[in-house]
Design a protein around this ligand. Structure first.
Ligand SMILES: Nc1ncnc2c1ncn2[C@@H]1O[C@H](COP(=O)(O)OP(=O)(O)OP(=O)(O)O)[C@@H](O)[C@H]1O
Ligand SMILES: [Mg+2]
Length: 236
C-alpha cells in the first residue's frame, strides 16, 4: 500500500510537471479514469493522472491485469470511460471530432493477429493508407519502405494468418506505421520477438521518434526495454 501511494504521488508529480510543459498541447491527457467492462469488472486508473507530451517515448509497465491494455484501448477510443475523460491531441475520445484524430494513431494490439485482415501481407500493410485516400503509387512506395526498414520484405506475398507469432507482430507494426501516424501505441509488441529483431525495432522506433517526432507509447513486462527505449516510464 505504501508502495502504491508512492507510485500515485510520483505520477501526480509527473502530471503537474508534464502539465506545465504541455502548454503547446499534449499527445495524451488522462484524468482520473474509470472503466467498467460488461461483466462488471471495474478498472480504475486514478494513479496515472498525467499528460504525455508530444514526442515522448513512454513505457507503461505493471503486473498482469493492472490495466495496461485497458489504458491503450482508451487512448484509441475503442473503450470509453464511465468516469473521467481522456484527450488525445487535445480532443476527447468521447467527441465526434475524435474520428479525425483516430486517423493519426497507429496501434499494435497485444493480440496482433486480430488486426491482420487482408489476404496478403502487402495488402494488409497498405490497408490504412489506401483507406485514408493515399494514391496507389505513394502507398506502394511507403509500404515497400516500411517493410524494408523492418526486414519483412520477404513476407510480402504471404498469407498473414499463417505467419509465426513474431512475424505477425512485425507485420502489424508495419501496418501501424504505414500511414505515418503522429501517435504510435504498441501493446506488448516485443512479447514474441527474437533478440536481434528486438534491437532492430527499438533502434528504428527511436529513429522515427527523433526524426519524425512520433509520440510512442509502449507497454511491456521487460525492464530492459524501458531502460534503452523510454524517455519516461509509467508504472501502473
Ligand atoms: N473484455 C473484458 N471483460 C472483462 N474484464 C476484462 C476485459 N478485458 C480486461 N478485463 C479485466 O480488466 C483488468 C485489466 O486488464 P488489462 O488487459 O488491461 O491488463 P494488462 O495490464 O494489459 O494485463 P497483461 O499484462 O496480462 O496484458 C483485468 O482484471 C482483466 O481481467
Ligand atoms: Mg495487456
Amino acid at each position: 500500500m505504501a508502495e502504491q501511494n508512492d507510485i500515485i504521488s510520483r505520477n501526480i508529480e509527473h502530471y503537474h510537471e508534464a502539465k506545465r510543459k504541455c502548454l503547446t498541447g499534449c499527445a495524451v491527457e488522462i484524468g482520473c479514469l474509470k472503466h467498467m467492462y460488461s461483466d462488471g469488472t471495474s478498472v480504475e486508473l486514478c494513479g496515472v493522472q498525467l499528460s504525455i507530451e508530444k514526442k515522448e517515448r513512454v513505457v507503461i509497465s505493471g503486473k498482469n491485469g493492472s490495466g495496461k491494455s485497458t489504458l491503450i484501448h482508451h487512448m484509441i477510443g475503442l473503450l470509453v470511460p464511465v468516469e473521467g475523460d481522456i484527450k488525445v491531441m487535445g480532443v476527447s475520445t468521447k467527441s465526434k471530432r475524435f474520428k479525425e484524430v483516430r486517423n493519426e494513431i497507429g496501434i499494435v494490439f497485444q493480440d496482433a493477429e486480430q488486426q491482420l485482415i487482408a489476404p496478403t501481407v502487402f495488402d494488409d500493410i497498405a490497408f490504412t493508407p489506401l483507406n485514408l485516400g493515399w494514391g496507389k503509387e505513394k502507398t506502394v512506395r511507403r509500404v515497400n519502405r516500411v517493410m524494408e526498414d523492418l526486414g519483412i520484405t520477404h513476407l510480402k506475398d504471404r498469407v498473414p494468418h499463417y505467419l509465426s507469432g513474431g512475424e505477425k507482430k512485425k507485420v502489424a507494426l508495419a501496418g501501424a506505421l504505414a500511414a505515418s501516424p503522429k501517435l504510435l501505441l504498441l501493446d506488448e509488441i516485443f512479447s514474441n520477438i527474437d533478440e536481434q529483431s528486438k534491437d532492430r525495432i527499438i533502434q528504428y522506433l527511436i529513429k522515427l521518434n527523433k526524426e519524425e517526432g512520433i509520440t510512442i507509447v509502449l507497454t511491456t513486462h521487460q525492464p530492459e526495454i524501458s531502460k534503452i527505449f523510454a524517455t519516461r516510464e509509467i508504472r501502473l
